[in-house]
Design a protein around this ligand. Structure first.
Ligand SMILES: Cc1cc2nc3c(=O)[nH]c(=O)nc-3n(C[C@H](O)[C@H](O)[C@H](O)COP(=O)(O)OP(=O)(O)OC[C@H]3O[C@@H](n4cnc5c(N)ncnc54)[C@H](O)[C@@H]3O)c2cc1C
Length: 824
């Protein structure tokens, strides 16, 4: 038996201190599930001062996936803020060990990430660049150093190795108990052998949490059901798209080189071989993500499961083992002592799903946490901040449960979670779109655009065009870190928009409708900018009480008591949650994103095209920039907004979904001789760069405030609004960083996001987005840099795949600086 398993089995059997304790009748928070995630949330809520926080566990603590984890920990993640939280998690282990008196079995050995081909070397260069500005300790080590640190590895297979001091391993069971016992130190309580059987919302908004040992009335419920997250969700009518997956690791017999090494060996990940490994006693532990994932118990996790493992299926990992034996030859010679196959729960994109569930009051979840020992601490911190302060201290969009909507069904969740499991150590390039779970949600234009050569992606479940190839047979990507094959096609789309007229489908923009006598006053409070008069449009930031950005929205006033807000499609459920939280009784609100599809026309000939298909006078004088009309275009009823995100003259035409095909036909027929061309999201993102316009999730996100992002230009300071005091303070006291737009002296490659920005070799910021700007023929990036480096004319360096390139901070948009085209 390994250290891990020996201790786990011991711990899973007994914790008499919490067994049979009488349940309280009321609690502020009832956490369901005593795995590492639930225990971390119990710890954080209690530490931050909330009283009457209880955790209910159906069996002993760690009775789900937590007891049989491999216990490897590291900071690397595709999302920088998740990396930050992983770093926080690892830093927390000493604290909970001391508070609880419970060993977490921590071995901070350091660890390495191995690249055995150019692609993985490039990937690690990008990770190294991210780590620079995040202040994480990662450095390159040579093959000789690698062999010195881990003599079992044959270094000839590797291009490069990235070393991280913060990697290591721990005892999963001990760690879970340490969180729970440390929580007790602050007054948190846990109750084992207390299965929750029902959760019911009471008329007063509290939750009735029924257990086999009595009922607790709780203000808040947190679903931390791990392997049973789906079943716990069903109790509240929630269908979470998560899926337990089978997962293997092997434990070897004693290996002499390991036993005699003198210190504990560091842990490692070899991406191409798809293996992770570490020392376990005098032998090794070797894990892999099977090439064909096995979803476990698709129909539901049995309630009597928990202390068992699954029969191993070594055939499914035979190819991986062969590679592992080549690269770490001592493993081939060692006997296999144990083959562990245990299930753990994955989410559709591999990241946790946490936070308040949209549409439900005081129901929180922290599920799909697939690396609980790397992420559990950060998840606990985030959820506790969210519950206590109303918002987390950093942007956790990558983990927010609201990034999925009702299109993320259980079936879809199983397909995507399996895909993500299989791709855990498989490269995803920046221009790559994942193939599974596609065509989940489409508009009436799907077949038409595909027939025109559209290369599609999905956003918030909905298919949308990225770019247009010459036809369906030409519509494919070649995944790369460098400029990809869409380059010339996107250039063609941009040219059509710049010189003639282009059309882009805009069903994927979010639309939020507000009605009622109190609508204007409500919007005036929650939006920081101007709320327009009837028939007009404005752009406005929406801020949190702490002054963080929570939206950049276009507000349309249809009539004095009827408004439509247009914004980020991805954020639509998060925004719905925000709007519904304290909605006044005299305001009606609905997320109507699926009720309005549409097409945006852009380019100098867009007016002529529009005039051909509407009886309205749309001349410059009659239909001014930022006007809106409820009218008829192409013979169908529409809302037509005179704005454009392309920087050219343009119109956003929204119609009900049943009219979209007719609208598209009318546009194509009327636009043929004007040079009409469909364009996609890539062209749009390129054009907005030249205007220096940020985009939600990239430049605009809750990590930044209105002053840092420049969104303060749209604030109406004469009124009161949510976040005003904080924003005034930012304005008066000054901010430490600012959003800049830069041109970069580089050819053949562009930034893709998250690259470090440096000044004299020191990281002073990071790239939020970028790419090639076709109208001005330049590579460009946007990013946040320390305020002293944000002045126009400054030259900085941007690191792209390990090389430094000069970047020039711009003072004004590089294209149509005064906006004459757009307003024309
Ligand atoms: C083979 C394997 C290797 C792994 N290796 C690693 C690794 O190296 N590093 C890493 O970070 N992660 C690893 N993991 C993943 C890690 O184990 C999970 O991320 C983690 O255990 C998730 O914890 P959890 O608290 O969300 O869920 P769980 O551990 O499943 O806990 C859920 C708990 O909720 C309880 N519960 C469920 N329903 C109810 C109810 N109705 N009433 C009361 N209680 C209920 C269950 O009894 C259980 O105790 C590994 C997993 C496996 C399977």
């Amino acid at each position: 038996m390994s250290d891990t398993l020996a201790q786990s089995t011991l711990n899973i059997q007994k914790d008499e201190t919490s067994r049979g304790k009488p349940l309280p009748s009321h609690a502020k928070v009832a956490i369901i599930g005593g795995g590492v995630v639930g225990c971390s949330i119990l710890f954080h809520l209690s530490k931050f001062g909330w009283k009457d926080v209880i955790l209910l566990e159906r069996d002993e603590l760690t009775s789900g996936s937590s007891w049989h984890a491999a216990g490897q920990i590291h900071t690397i993640s595709s999302d920088p803020n998740i990396s930050r939280l992983q770093s926080y998690t690892i830093g927390l282990y000493k604290e909970i060990e001391e508070l609880s008196g419970q060993s977490v079995g921590l071995h901070m050995t350091g660890g390495f990430y191995l690249a055995s081909n150019k692609e993985w070397h490039d990937y690690l260069k990008r990770e190294r660049s991210k780590a620079r500005y995040m202040g994480l300790e990662q450095q390159w080590i040579s093959p000789t150093e690698l062999a010195e640190k881990h003599p079992l590895i044959d270094p000839k297979h590797y291009y490069a190795a990235l070393w991280d001091d913060q990697d290591g391993d721990l005892d999963p069971s001990g760690t879970t108990y340490a969180f729970a016992k440390a929580a007790r130190h602050y007054g948190g309580q846990y109750f084992t052998h207390t299965p929750v059987t029902a959760t019911t919302m009471r008329p007063d908004g509290q939750w009735e949490v029924a257990t086999e040992r009595g009922t607790v009335i709780a203000e808040h419920v947190v679903n931390c059901g791990g392997l049973w997250a789906r079943e716990v969700g069903h109790m509240a009518g929630l269908h979470l798209p998560v899926q337990p997956m089978e997962h293997h690791y092997l434990l070897t017999d004693r290996i002499e080189e390991v036993a005699n090494f003198g210190s504990r060996l560091p842990c490692g990940i070899d991406y191409e071989a798809n293996i992770y490994f570490r020392q376990e006693r005098d032998g090794m532990l070797l894990g892999t993500y099977e090439p064909i994932g096995t979803p476990w118990k698709v129909g539901g996790t049995p309630w009597d499961f928990g202390h068992e493992l699954l029969p191993p299926n070594l055939e499914n990992i035979a190819d991986r083992l062969e590679l592992a034996f080549e690269r770490v030859p001592a493993l081939a010679a060692a006997g296999i002592k144990d083959a562990i196959n245990g299930p753990f729960t994955f989410g559709p994109d591999g990241n946790p799903m946490i936070g308040p569930v949209p549409g439900m009051r005081n129901y929180w979840c922290a599920v799909g946490v697939m690396a609980g020992f790397c992420q559990g601490g950060g998840v606990g911190l985030t959820l506790a901040e969210w519950m206590i302060d109303g918002e987390p201290s950093i942007d956790v969009w990558a983990m927010d449960v609201a990034r999925f909507g009702d299109w993320a069904t259980p079936d879809w969740g199983t397909v995507k979670s399996t895909e993500n499991y299989e791709r855990r150590f498989v490269m995803t390039f920046p221009n790559e779109t994942l193939p599974k779970g596609r065509v989940q949600k489409t508009t009436a234009l799907y077949d038409r655009l595909v027939a025109r050569g559209a290369v599609m992606d999905q956003g918030f479940g909905l298919e949308n065009a990225l770019w247009f190839a010459d036809g369906p047979e030409d519509a494919h990507e070649e995944p790369t870190f460098e400029r990809n094959r869409s380059f010339d096609y996107v250039a063609r789309e941009v040219q059509a928009v710049q010189e003639a007229v282009g059309g882009i489908e805009i069903a994927n923009f979010a639309k939020h409708e507000f009605k009622g006598a109190g609508a204007r006053a409500y919007l005036d409070t929650i939006l920081a900018g101007y709320v327009p008069k009837p028939g007009r449009l404005t752009l406005t930031p929406m801020l949190t009480p702490k002054g963080r950005l929570y939206g950049d929205l276009t507000v349309a006033c249809l009539s004095e008591d009827h408004f439509m807000l247009f914004g980020s499609g991805a954020m639509q459920e998060a925004h719905r949650r925000w709007f519904e939280k304290d909605l006044p009784a005299d305001v009606g609100y609905a997320n109507v994103s699926d009720d309005w599809h549409g097409i945006a026309l852009s380019g100098p000939k867009s007016r002529e095209l529009l005039q051909r298909i509407t009886r309205d006078d749309v001349s410059a004088e009659a239909f001014r920039f930022r006007d809106l009309r409820q009218t008829f275009v192409g013979g169908v009823p529409v809302i037509c907004n005179r704005i454009s995100f392309s920087g050219e003259r343009g119109y956003e035409i929204y119609c009900r979904p049943q009219y979209l095909l007719r609208l598209a036909q009318a546009i194509e027929e009327a636009g043929g001789d004007l040079g009409y061309h469909w364009y996609g999201a890539r062209a749009l993102m390129s054009m907005r760069l030249e205007k220096g316009w940020g985009a939600w999730t990239l430049e605009f996100r809750p990590d930044f405030n209105a002053v840092e992002s420049g969104m303060d230009a749209f604030i109406n300071w004469k009124k009161d609004f949510v976040g005003k005091a904080a924003t005034e303070a930012f304005r008066n006291e000054g901010v430490a960083r600012k959003l800049v737009t830069m041109t970069i002296d580089v050819d053949g490659i562009d930034v893709t996001g998250d690259e470090a920005i440096l000044n004299d070799g020191e990281a002073v910021g990071y790239v939020s987005s970028g790419g090639y700007a076709h109208r001005v023929g330049k590579s460009m990036a946007m990013g946040y840099v320390a305020a002293e480096h944000a002045n126009a004319g400054n030259t900085l360096d941007v690191e792209i795949l390990g090389e430094m390139y000069k970047a020039h901070v711009q003072g004004a948009p590089v294209y149509d600086a005064n906006g004459a085209n757009m307003r024309s």
